[in-house]
Design a binder for this molecule. Sequence first.
Ligand SMILES: C[S@@+](CC[C@H](N)C(=O)[O-])C[C@H]1O[C@@H](n2cnc3c(N)ncnc32)[C@H](O)[C@@H]1O
Length: 162
Amino acid sequence: MGDDFLEAGIDFERANAARIYDYILGGSHNFAVDREQAARTMAAYPDITRSAQANRAFLGSVVRWCLERGIDQFLDLGSGVPTVGNVHEIAHAIDPGVRIAYVDFEPVAVAHAQEITADLPSVTVTRADVRDPESVFAAPGSPACSISRGRSGCSWWRSCTS
Ligand SMILES: C[S@@+](CC[C@H](N)C(=O)[O-])C[C@H]1O[C@@H](n2cnc3c(N)ncnc32)[C@H](O)[C@@H]1O
């Protein structure tokens, strides 16, 4: 695990919702503590895996639907850990030039997202609270830098709990 994670103050001993979700989806951006919590959650709510997979399938349909209609920029609010079929994976499989701005307020989700997308110039990851839109657009690496307001785009806020 990179030094960036330690600098971001990430607690490896504490389960995190974004990483639990990643694990349930079959991703690898999670720790033992997340997998243990995921096992307890799956025991209490056996349908959670199917729910998470259905959510991802819906995401894929929406992104492809938009791309077919010429929309080539996406603002993903509450993006979590963008792995296992997330927006950039789906969009870039069709057009690597599609621009994606991920926003999340969780340092863990943001650090993972930055690591995953570090080599992708058309993707930004911003740490901000979507309840404060000004902070979203004012943050370093802001969507304002990557998303053009003069063209149509898709804004996506799903499975975001606050
Ligand atoms: C269950 S995950 C869903 C991830 C992704 N949206 C998906 O559907 O696959 C919910 C994410 O929303 C983020 N979130 C919740 N409230 C938020 C807020 N007010 N501002 C930014 N992110 C938020 C959490 O940190 C978490 O990463």
